[in-house]
Design a protein around this ligand. Sequence first.
Ligand code: NOJ
Length: 561
Amino acid sequence: MSQQYSADSAPKSALVTVADRRDWWRDAVIYQVYPRSFADSNGDGMGDLEGVRSRLPYLRDLGVDAVWLSPFYASPQADAGYDVADYRAVDPMFGNLLDADALIRDAHELGLRIIVDLVPNHSSDQHEWFKRALAEGPGSPTRERYHFRAGQGENGELPPNDWESIFGGPAWTRVTEPDGTPGEWYLHLFAPEQPDFDWDHPAVGDEFRSVLRFWLDMGVDGFRIDVAHGLVKAEGLPDLGSHEQLKLLGNDVMPFFDQDGVHEIYRQWRLVLDEYSGDRIFVAEAWTPTIERTANYVRPDELHQAFNFQYLSTHWDAEELRACIDRTLDAMRPVGAPATWVLSNHDVTRHATRFANPAGLGTQIRLAGDRELGLRRARAATLLMLALPGSAYLYQGEELGLPDVVDLPDEVRQDPAYFRGAGQDGFRDGCRVPIPWDREGSSYGFGGGGSWLPQPAGWGELSVEAQTGAAGSTLELYRAALAARSEQADLGAGDRVEWLKAPEGVLAFRRGAFVCTANTGGEAATVRAYGRVLLASGEVTVTDDGEAKVPADATVWWIAD
Ligand code: NOJ
């Protein structure tokens, strides 16, 4: 059924014809486009909005429901666009507002929804507000929109507290005052070019509600909220009292992360969103110590979804996966939010490379590992993920089985964390290399020119062109999985799975007529044949006596005959 959005709260540009299925997001497959690296329409080596628009039919044919675009706003690009100088403008390197409008319209015509990234924890240091705050000096009202503080020590030469930047080094930078003297410090949980807003100041909230409306009026279907757990800082900015901050991250509530006060902000945002027609959504990037605390972000009057980073960090291990799946579903059920599942994004080593290496190396890996093993496991892990109830996130290029590029020369790196030393995220460029569309040609069809990060030799063999129609290719596996997920088995529906008895190392669960068996072990396993094989990530052999041999690191989807 296709229906137009009503025009009462949206201007003409938001008149769209996406299939208006209520609660579409509960089981949606959402594809992350990293605009720099997806498709380059003007041959300058940098992806752009027009490039994305030209490839929308590919995404429709892949079978995803929505596209989440990483930031394309005006930005000096100190953190690849997560440093926004103007929240209402498109950076010229990506195009302009007309291109954004055309992209949203075309997507809707193809039945795809568009989710944009909102970066409310910090702005760029080139944002008008911050430039004014610097120029107007200590005590000026414009400084109150950020966290400016006097330093400690005799002459204020020490940072105001012991917080560290996620990208390494202190979370504070001292400014030179307009009169040329060393002055106050400002807080930046990320790079110095990303000053944190002070969300206690009412102008900050007003501004972001207005930014929400700007993009809702443009017709977007939702927002991914960057650092959603970081907006509110503990009263008085207390010391952490530990020099092991990076180890604590994600394991503990920190004075700058996951403070209870953030939830009031999202309740207000929800009111804004709900004024608009069309079932639009928020998804939180919220790193919290536990999935139960993540569930707080998706209570009925707050956000719709939150990324499940616990799942992303889980190893390819049946017991660990089962525990994480159970805990996730149990945490989301009481708040009525769908579980989400994700294996890769622009901040972590691609799962084909994570699984190519021994477990326990974390999500930032600089080793190629055993690529064949990694790809086998990645394909199996994807089929497992897509069989779970809830919504799944894909990161561009994973449908091609792309590995991380682990040997980028240091001189081409752009990740700010890399330059700030021991940050946890120093190697994110490896998952951001522009994707290959064609077997050959300049930048393998990414654009007419070069590519802002060099693509490795052999990239063409992994291209969309090389894999399209190729039996057994990863791209065809994704296409078949997405088609089967929605057309034949309605796999995203519901909020539970029924576990079945299975040999060690194997996960087996039923969802009505559908059964998924995933063999995470290093050896082939024998399981019951639960009907007809709907799809498999490896070669399955079904015997006459109702059993099936599932190879190591493979997932099989079964449907009752
Ligand atoms: C999370 C984003 O995913 C990451 O790329 C960025 O560096 C930080 N937030 C800071 O905005």
